[in-house]
Write a protein that binds this ligand. Structure first.
Ligand SMILES: *Cc1c(COP(=O)(O)O)cnc(C)c1O
Length: 366
């Protein structure tokens, strides 16, 4: 699986936990992550008994603020996770300057970012390691899955020695994931997104397919067996097939994102800041808007797949679950503000010109 996968795991968060464990992180340690993230990232930290420390995002961006990182670091902080949100590279060199001064390793969250570059060098090659997710809505989809790319040989050796701790999921579980994968491939079109989403949620409620949101942060008492699984052989095969067409799909994402950028704009739709030297490949194309609620209300009738990611600083957690994930309301004001201002559009292989036209009309309808 070439550059994305020195090691494969059951999910992205499992890959993340395996990297952190390889770095020697354990109970009581702190790991810095950005707010405006998903609960998977918090879970990857909490699964080790470690504590996430939330860092705010930079102004006009969706990625970590190096100045706030410097302010939030604690004596117990042992690593920093750098998330390339929506495929937009974080300002890695500035974050690295803060982390290196404290001797902290950087791990890249490439769940949305395959093909993006900083100064011509791909994300995933900058940190000691990077992790990927193969969930629905990620650039490579295999049902459920994750991988780690490891750039530090000593870390790779430690992770290799820990690999026998991960077992293959049962064939029943692999078949369940395959069914979900095939069902999604069959049913999903950007224009039918809202219908498929409601069916998918019903299937989760009926226990037919596993939810992405049910592990440590939400139910602390639940045994987290998922963190002991590797990637099933069925899913491995799907990932290999998907990677074979990756260059074409990256070119497609770039073409769709530039059409959105060219055709959608104005006060109701501002693009997100891209750091100097960075070339994103958008996993989704995000826009700042003061009219998020209205856009989301109008999107189904326009048949536009418009996402509300992230609707909370640690999506989709609120209230008690958000507190259980270690997030203190008010601690990352820019990230909190952003949750009410960001929508995003799909850039995947099934987005065609008609779909871009629909998105343009949705924004024009305001
Ligand atoms: C999806 C995602 C992950 C990992 O998700 P898994 O469901 O564990 O594969 C990690 N980080 C971000 C930002 C994500 O969106």
């Amino acid at each position: 699986m070439a550059a994305l996968a020195d090691f494969t795991y059951y999910r992205g968060r499992v890959a993340q936990a395996a990297i952190l464990r390889g770095l020697g992180i354990s109970a009581g340690d702190h790991v810095a992550i950005q707010a405006f993230t998903c609960s998977a990232v918090a879970e990857g930290v909490l699964s080790l008994g470690a504590q996430p420390i939330y860092v705010d995002i930079s102004p006009d961006s969706c990625t970590m603020d190096p100045a706030d990182l410097a302010a939030k670091l604690t004596p117990k902080t042992r690593a920093v996770i750098v998330q390339h949100t929506f495929g937009i590279p974080a300002d890695f060199p500035a974050i690295e300057a803060v982390a290196t001064a404290r001797g902290l390793p950087l791990v890249e969250d490439c769940a949305h970012a395959i093909g993006s570059t900083i100064a011509g060098r791909p994300v995933g090659e900058w940190g000691v390691a990077a992790f990927y997710s193969f969930e629905a809505s990620k650039p490579v989809f295999a049902g459920i899955g994750g991988s780690a790319r490891v750039n530090d040989p000593a870390l790779a050796a430690r992770m290799a020695s820990q690999s026998s701790d991960f077992s293959e999921p049962s064939l029943v579980r692999q078949a369940q994931i395959l069914t979900m994968y095939l069902g999604f491939r069959l049913a999903y079109r950007p224009a039918t997104y809202w219908t498929v989403r409601s069916l998918y949620r019903r299937a989760i409620r009926w226990g037919l397919i596993p939810s992405a949101y049910h592990t440590v942060t939400v139910e602390q008492s639940r045994p987290v067996t998922e963190f002991r699984f590797g990637l099933g052989r069925v899913q491995q095969r799907i990932v290999r097939r998907e990677l074979a067409t990756l260059p074409d799909r990256i070119a497609h994402r770039n073409r769709i994102a530039s059409a959105y950028r060219r055709r959608i704009g104005g006060a109701d739709a501002r693009p997100v800041l891209v750091p100097p030297d960075a070339e994103p490949v958008y996993g989704r194309f995000p826009l700042f808007t003061p009219r998020k609620t209205e856009l989301l209300r109008l999107a189904p009738e326009h048949r536009v797949e418009l996402s509300d990611w992230y609707a909370t600083p640690v999506h989709p957690l609120t209230g008690h679950a958000l507190a259980a994930a270690g997030y203190r309301p008010g601690s990352c004001p820019r990230a909190e503000q952003l949750t009410s201002e960001i929508v995003s559009l799909p850039t995947g292989p099934l987005v065609d010109d008609a779909q871009v036209d629909r998105a343009v009309r949705l924004f024009e309808s305001l």
